[in-house]
Design a protein around this ligand. Structure first.
Ligand SMILES: [Zn+2]
Ligand SMILES: [Zn+2]
Length: 187
């Protein structure tokens, strides 16, 4: 198609799952060229076609390299929705894992993250059911240990949750409390 035949050119955002496209239509005898540019299907930022573009392994969404858009797990990339299906972890669950890994009592989360007793219980039970933590001992002597899958989940979400205001605030407070740089260096 010769450029001089094109009377109108339209630029639109590309649809989810498509990697950019160009099409030509004839409208009222005029040739209309439509170019679709690619954007991150999660946050909407413009993607550079010449750079590495990541696609969610399950839904095919195009993702930018931001830690809140792309999650890497077992060398595959996922969008947030699908990593949450494969390896679920809420912000409160992440905070509890972080406390246990930093050798703080998990109940500290209530104070450090300012969450209710019910929210704490719910998040802790979820971690137990998912096999991320294990209870040891009984009653007052009960302690918790993070299992391998819990460490994997904590690592997978670390960069994303660090960017979330309330979790960032929690991390800062937990570092002050544990007197060490948390557990970032250890894992
Ligand atoms: Zn993005
Ligand atoms: Zn997906």
């Amino acid at each position: 198609m010769e450029n001089n035949e094109i009377l109108e050119e339209i630029v639109l955002p590309e649809r989810i799952g498509f990697l950019g496209s160009r099409s030509y239509d004839t409208v009222n005898g005029k040739i209309v060229k439509t170019t679709r540019l690619i954007f991150c299907d999660n946050c909407g930022c413009r993607l550079d076609e010449n750079k590495l573009i990541v696609l969610c392994k399950i839904c095919g969404k195009k993702l930018c390299s931001s830690h809140s858009c792309t999650f890497e797990y077992q060398r595959k990339h996922y969008c947030e929705e699908h990593i949450q299906q494969i390896l679920p972890l809420t912000a409160h669950g992440f905070e509890i894992l972080h406390c246990v890994l930093a050798e703080l009592e998990p109940g500290k989360v209530r104070e450090l993250a300012n969450i209710s007793n019910d929210d704490y219980r719910e998040a802790l039970n979820e971690l137990l059911e998912l096999g991320y933590v294990k209870e040891k001992g009984v009653s007052l002597f009960k302690t918790y240990k993070v299992l391998d899958r819990g460490i994997l989940a904590w690592k997978t979400y670390l960069n994303a949750y660090v960017m979330q205001g309330d979790v960032a605030h929690f991390l800062q407070k937990s570092t002050e409390d544990s007197g060490v740089n948390g557990c970032l260096e250890r894992f």
